[in-house]
Design a protein around this ligand. Structure first.
Ligand SMILES: Cc1ncc(COP(=O)(O)O)c(C=O)c1O
Length: 394
């Protein structure tokens, strides 16, 4: 039996669920990434590192919702915190104390974060961080990395997953490719693209658009479409160059924050950006994001300054209580040591399988975060990773 025949034979209830959902929900999924052909499995239950689909098949979940579930599915500590909060209400539209406690916990992990504001998701966190950078500098230009995803907002949905046959321009001077219909030119035409781990590329764009760039937003360790850690010395030089050109540096730590170390990439790589965006792990699986950084910048946020940040569900007690339980009680020093051990074991196991089967593939990882890349040599840039064998990947 081939892979797809076997898949169909094992998942008839998911096939039926997909058909039912597709009539009322585009693609039958809540986010395009949840779809894969012929149809995704529909989940019935989850616990710890496991999920069960509607047909009762049990799977190890290596994705954990892209790190949002880093504490494990149905974690009893987080469930208890949520239950306790629900008894006192889940949304006030007025401040409570758990947001302050969570802010202080994040500040303890991230000395660079003097002040922080909470959002519901990563896409809002990056949107507000960029708005703040634009407000603070008066410049409209944004630098981002080719192949990096920072959420689906108009100004950042540029060159996020450009296929290799479309990727335009030399690797060190990529063109900006807008990735959705319905985005007005004015929204993305100030977004310029550089290649990760390529200082020539960064300096070229910094010089070309000198005086027009508000910020360089990047994932300090690339995570989308395969993990690409920074080359030695890259981030130090990024910090130096952005300072030299008067450009604010935003670390998008939505995926790596509080995950590759207690203090995320800032701690792991010892770099101080101006702003940091967070989500996923900080909410213990609930929809929580955040952006924070230097006090003089955060002082520009409403009501202190002119850069607007609003939101009915911002800093709601349900998500901040879950986040607090996750950071204080689950993601302890011991947990980070354990995650690193497991990450190393996982990477070593994958490498062994690749060697045994003689696959043209390699393994990239940063602590607990990583996986297979279907290219023979470790990639250092999106262009190199993007040459990977898509069929094998699927
Ligand atoms: C690096 C990065 N930034 C931002 C986002 C957007 O986060 P969200 O899906 O919570 O809106 C993602 C989503 O995966 C991400 O990986």
């Amino acid at each position: 039996m081939g892979f797809y025949e076997d898949y169909a034979a094992r998942t008839p209830k998911s096939a039926a669920a997909a058909k039912r959902a597709q009539a009322v929900i585009p693609g039958g999924v809540g986010s395009a990434i949840q779809f894969w052909p012929p149809y995704p499995i529909y989940v019935d239950d989850s616990r710890g590192a496991y999920i069960w689909d509607l047909d009762g098949n049990k799977y190890i979940d290596y994705s954990m919702c892209y790190a949002a579930m880093v504490a494990g599915h149905a974690n009893p500590v987080i469930n208890e915190a949520i239950k306790e909060q629900t008894e006192r209400g889940i949304l006030y539209g007025m401040p409570g104390e758990s947001a302050t406690d969570l802010a202080l916990e994040i500040q303890r992990r991230y000395p660079v974060i003097d002040m922080i504001r909470f959002t519901q998701s990563g896409v809002e966190a990056t949107m507000y961080a960029v708005r703040l950078a634009r407000a603070a500098t008066g410049n409209m230009g944004i630098l981002k990395v080719e192949g990096a995803y920072h959420g689906a907002n108009d100004m950042l949905l540029v060159s996020t997953a450009v296929p290799s046959d479309v990727a335009a321009g030399p690797a060190w001077m990529p063109s900006s490719v807008v990735e959705s219909a319905g985005i007005p030119d004015g929204a993305w035409q100030h977004t310029y693209v550089v290649q990760f781990n390529d200082l020539e590329s960064l300096e070229y764009q910094l010089k070309k658009h000198e005086g027009d760039i508000a910020c360089f937003i990047l994932e300090p360790c690339m995570t989308n479409g395969g993990v690409i850690p920074p080359d030695t010395g890259y981030l130090e030089k990024v910090r130096e160059l952005t300072k030299r050109y008067g450009v604010l540096l935003i670390f998008d730590e939505v995926k790596v924050g509080c995950r590759i170390a207690a203090g995320g990439a800032c701690e792991k790589y010892g770099i101080e950006p101006d702003l940091v965006t967070l989500a996923k792990a900080i909410g213990g699986g609930t929809p929580l994001g955040a952006f924070g950084g230097k006090r003089e910048l955060m002082n520009m946020i409403t009501p202190l300054g002119p850069a607007v940040h609003f939101g009915t569900y911002n800093a709601n007690p349900l998500t901040t209580a879950a986040g607090l339980a996750c950071l204080r009680k689950v993601l302890t020093k011991d947990t980070y040591r354990k995650m690193d051990r497991l990450g190393n074991k996982y990477a070593a196991g994958l490498k062994e399988i690749i060697e045994r089967l003689g696959l043209p593939a390699c393994v990239t990882h940063e602590g607990p975060l990583g996986g297979i890349q279907f290219v023979p040599e470790i990639p250092h840039t999106y262009r190199q990773a993007n040459k990977g064998n898509k069929k094998m990947w699927n």
